[in-house]
Design a protein around this ligand. Structure first.
Ligand SMILES: [Zn+2]
Length: 356
């Protein structure tokens, strides 16, 4: 069972398996080994999942609280092992660590919590004050970060292709947003509904970063995972919402394969039907709507997308068109004909007819 096959068990990884497959074919002997270790069968993950299933029925319930929104973070050190969560090394309000990964994880969880609370009055991932836990230094040179339905887990990266996975706050926002989506609509992680699940995580991951930097839609870089690629890798990030398909083009990682328009939609059985690939299309629609509407993207466009994720009419098997139609309806409910027209036009520009 690999990271890429874990989605039915609520394990969401930031990296497309396509990238790791490329490394496993094109990389140096060492790089291939690291990529295969990340992709390979993983007894530890299965054990961990069994542990969390037990926690869901017992101890975990006690971690939930209906009290006022308060951050409750705990960062654990897995000390390059597979056992989770590991040793607690920083708790809420505790002093900064000498370990940069610990502090980045702590700050990234905090930035995501603050974003959801201040922008949308959401009380943590489940809107019920879920405590936020993360483990750093998972395994040796592990090239991924994931949300397993209960906590975040970060690898250190191999150092040649990928830096430590705590380095990018939007990656943390992306992963925790899988928790939000799972709590609200649980979009099926396959094909178009899966690509929407991925895109929603990119949208709010980027908005966490924009909110923290107080950037308008025009000022934002719209990159996902800037800083994550090691020096020497030909690329700037994992994905670009502004220009999907341009984030990297490297002899080892391969080329960013995201389309920006329905005419280039990738039909594939890999990666749960291209969920990390075709997410480029709704990503671009969000970027277009946000830059047309202008200002801080979380205030209007983000709000429209957030209310669509919460929309009881949204089906968990939504395709792009159904999701797009709900965003147009919500734009009209929340704002005015101007925002509605901007959202409709943004979808039209990526080849999705969102008219009802
Ligand atoms: Zn994801």
């Amino acid at each position: 069972m690999s990271c890429t096959e874990m989605h039915r068990h609520s394990i969401f990884c930031i990296l497309s398996p396509n990238i790791l497959h490329n490394v496993a074919i094109k990389g140096s002997t060492k790089q291939r080994k690291w990529a295969l270790q990340t992709l390979e069968s993983d007894h530890g993950m299965r054990l961990m999942r069994a542990t969390y299933q037990l926690m869901e029925t017992g101890a975990h319930k006690a971690m939930l609280t209906a009290s006022p929104p308060l951050k409750q973070r705990t960062i654990y050190d897995a000390t390059t092992g597979e056992a989770l969560p590991g040793k607690a090394v920083r708790i809420e309000g505790g002093a900064a660590s000498a370990d940069v990964a610990v502090n980045e994880a702590y700050d990234g969880l905090g930035a995501t919590f603050d974003f959801y609370q201040q922008a949308y009055a959401r009380n943590s991932i489940d809107d019920e004050g879920l405590h936020l836990d993360a483990s750093v230094h998972y395994k040796v040179r592990y090239d991924n970060a994931f949300w397993n339905g209960q906590q975040m887990v970060f690898g250190d990266g191999d150092g040649e292709l990928f830096n430590r996975f705590t380095i990018a706050v939007d990656v943390i926002g992306h992963e925790l947003t899988h928790g939000v989506t799972g709590d609200e609509v649980n979009l099926v992680y396959l094909g178009q509904s899966g690509a929407l699940n991925e895109s929603i995580s990119d949208v709010f991951g980027s908005l966490v970063k924009q909110f923290q930097a107080k950037q308008t839609a025009d000022q934002a870089d719209w990159l996902i995972g800037a800083g994550l690629l090691a020096p020497g890798v030909k690329g700037v990030a994992l994905r670009s919402m502004k220009t999907p398909g341009t984030a990297f083009d490297d002899p080892v990682l391969g080329k960013d394969d995201q389309p920006a328009h329905m005419r280039d939609y990738v039909q594939t059985s890999a990666d749960s039907g291209g969920v990390h690939t075709n997410s480029g299309i709704p990503n671009k629609a969000f970027h277009l709507a946000a830059t047309t509407i202008g200002g801080f993207a979380w205030e209007k466009t983000g709000r429209i997308w957030y209310e669509t994720v919460r929309d009881k009419q949204l089906k968990k098997t939504a395709d792009f068109q159904h999701f797009a139609q709900r965003t147009v309806i919500n734009a009209a409910h929340l704002f005015s004909a101007v925002e509605k027209a901007a959202v409709l036009d943004a979808w039209s520009q990526v080849g999705v007819n969102a008219g009802s």
